[in-house]
Design a protein around this ligand. Structure first.
Ligand SMILES: CC(C)(COP(=O)(O)OP(=O)(O)OC[C@H]1O[C@@H](n2cnc3c(N)ncnc32)[C@H](O)[C@@H]1OP(=O)(O)O)[C@@H](O)C(=O)NCCC(=O)NCCS
Length: 331
C-alpha cells in the first residue's frame, strides 16, 4: 500500500490545442521597445503561440477534448460534465463549454465555464474531483483554455511579452487503485483585485460606453506586485496540497507548476527543497498561457517520459483575483 490518501478520481486522458502561429521575442522587438535578452532573463520566455483572427477559444478546446477522450477511450456520451476554466470565452454567453459539448457529441453532459484566471483549470479539477467523490458524476472533461491575444495591449511592453494562447484538456474519471488525484486545494483573496484585471465587456465599463476604444478591453497588470505575492502564496499552497495528499515534500517526484515566470518557478522549487531536475518547464516555448498552462505542461512532461506510473506530481498555480490552487496527482 503506497503512502498518501486514497484518491477518488484520476486522469485517464490528456489533450492539447495549440495555435500554429509562433511569435518570437525577435518579433516583439519590432512591435515594442524590448529585447530578447530582457524577456529571456526576466521571464524565461523565448516564444509564444498566438491565435489567428477568426478562430475561437472553443476551436482549441474541441481539439484538446478529442485527443483526451481518445486516450481515455471514453465515449463522449458517457461524460457527465464539461467544465472549462477560461477568462477568454468565445462569447459572453453561452459558455464555451456549450460549444464543446455540441462539437464532441457529449449529449448527456452538463456544460459550463469557470472564471478563475490562471487558476481556472485547477478550480475546475477541484469541482470534478469533488463531484466524483460525492458520487454525483463518473466522468468529467476538465479543460483550461486561454486565448488572451485579443485582450493584450500590444503597445504595453510590460504585459504583451508575457502571454500566449493554448488549451489543455483532461478526462477525469473514478479512481480504481491508489493512483489519481490525491489532493486539490483552491483559494482566493479579493484584496488584490486591482493588481491584475480586464474590464472588457463587464458592467464596470458600462459608465463609459466608449470603453472599448479607451482601453477597457485590455488586460492590466502590476507585474512587480503580482510577482511578490505569487512567490509567497505558491509556497503556502504547495505545502498545503502536499499535506492534504498525506505526503511529505520529499515524496514529490515532479513539480509541474504554472508557467508564468522562471524566477517564480525557481523560488517555489527552492522553498519546497526540490532540485530543478525535478521541475518541468516549457515556458520558453509558450509563455504564460494562463489556465491552459498546467494541463499543457503535464501533457508535455508525460510526452517526454516524465511522470512515470507511481510517481507523485505537485502542481501549483497563481493568478489574478488573486486566485490560487495546488494539486498532488499520482500517475
Ligand atoms: C512582469 C515581470 C516579468 C516584470 O519583471 P520585473 O523584474 O518585475 O521588472 P519591472 O516591472 O520591475 O521592470 C523593470 C524595468 O524593466 C522595464 N520593462 C518592463 N517590461 C519590459 C520589456 N518587455 N522590455 C524591456 N524592459 C521592460 C520596466 O519599464 C522597468 O524599467 P525602469 O526600471 O526604467 O522603470 C515580473 O514582474 C513578473 O513576472 N510578474 C508576475 C507576472 C505574473 O505572473 N502574472 C500573471 C500571474 S499568473
Amino acid at each position: 500500500m503506497s503512502k498518501g490518501v486514497k484518491p477518488f478520481s484520476r486522469i485517464t486522458g490528456l489533450g492539447v490545442g495549440i495555435p500554429e502561429n509562433v511569435l518570437t521575442n525577435a518579433d516583439l522587438e519590432k512591435i515594442v521597445d524590448t529585447t530578447d535578452d530582457w524577456i529571456s532573463s526576466r521571464t524565461g520566455i523565448k516564444e509564444r503561440r498566438i491565435m489567428k483572427k477568426g478562430e475561437r477559444t472553443s476551436d482549441y478546446c474541441i481539439k484538446a477534448a478529442k485527443e483526451a477522450l481518445a486516450e481515455a477511450q471514453l465515449d463522449p456520451e458517457l461524460l457527465d460534465a464539461i467544465i472549462i476554466g477560461t477568462i477568454s470565452p468565445d462569447m459572453r454567453f453561452p459558455a464555451t463549454a456549450i460549444y464543446v459539448q455540441e462539437a464532441i457529441g457529449a449529449k448527456n453532459a452538463a456544460a459550463w465555464d469557470v472564471s478563475a484566471t490562471c487558476s481556472g483549470w485547477l478550480y475546475s479539477l477541484f469541482m470534478a474531483d469533488t463531484m466524483i467523490a460525492a458520487k454525483r458524476a463518473k466522468n468529467i472533461l476538465v479543460i483550461g483554455a486561454e486565448m488572451l491575444t485579443p485582450m493584450v495591449d500590444w503597445t504595453d511592453r510590460a504585459t504583451c511579452v508575457l502571454f500566449g494562447d493554448a488549451a489543455g484538456a483532461a478526462v477525469v474519471s473514478e479512481a480504481v487503485d491508489d493512483r489519481g488525484i490525491l489532493s486539490v486545494v483552491i483559494g482566493s483573496n479579493g484584496t488584490f483585485a486591482d493588481l491584475l484585471y480586464c474590464v472588457g465587456h463587464g458592467t464596470a465599463g458600462y459608465a463609459t460606453p466608449s470603453g472599448q476604444e479607451n482601453g477597457n478591453r485590455f488586460l492590466r497588470m502590476n507585474g512587480n506586485e503580482v510577482f511578490r505575492h505569487a512567490v509567497r502564496v505558491l509556497e503556502r499552497t504547495a505545502k498545503e496540497a502536499v499535506e492534504r495528499a498525506g505526503l511529505e515534500p520529499s515524496d514529490i517526484d515532479w513539480l509541474v507548476p504554472h508557467q508564468a515566470n522562471t524566477r517564480i518557478i525557481k523560488a517555489t522549487a527552492e522553498r519546497m527543497n526540490l532540485p530543478m531536475e525535478q521541475v518541468f518547464m516549457n515556458i520558453h516555448k509558450y509563455g504564460n498561457t494562463s489556465t491552459a498552462s498546467v494541463p499543457l505542461a503535464i501533457y508535455e512532461a508525460r510526452k517526454e517520459g516524465k511522470l512515470l506510473p507511481g510517481q507523485n506530481m505537485l502542481s501549483v498555480v497563481f493568478g489574478g483575483g488573486f486566485t490560487w490552487g495546488g494539486s498532488v496527482i499520482r500517475f
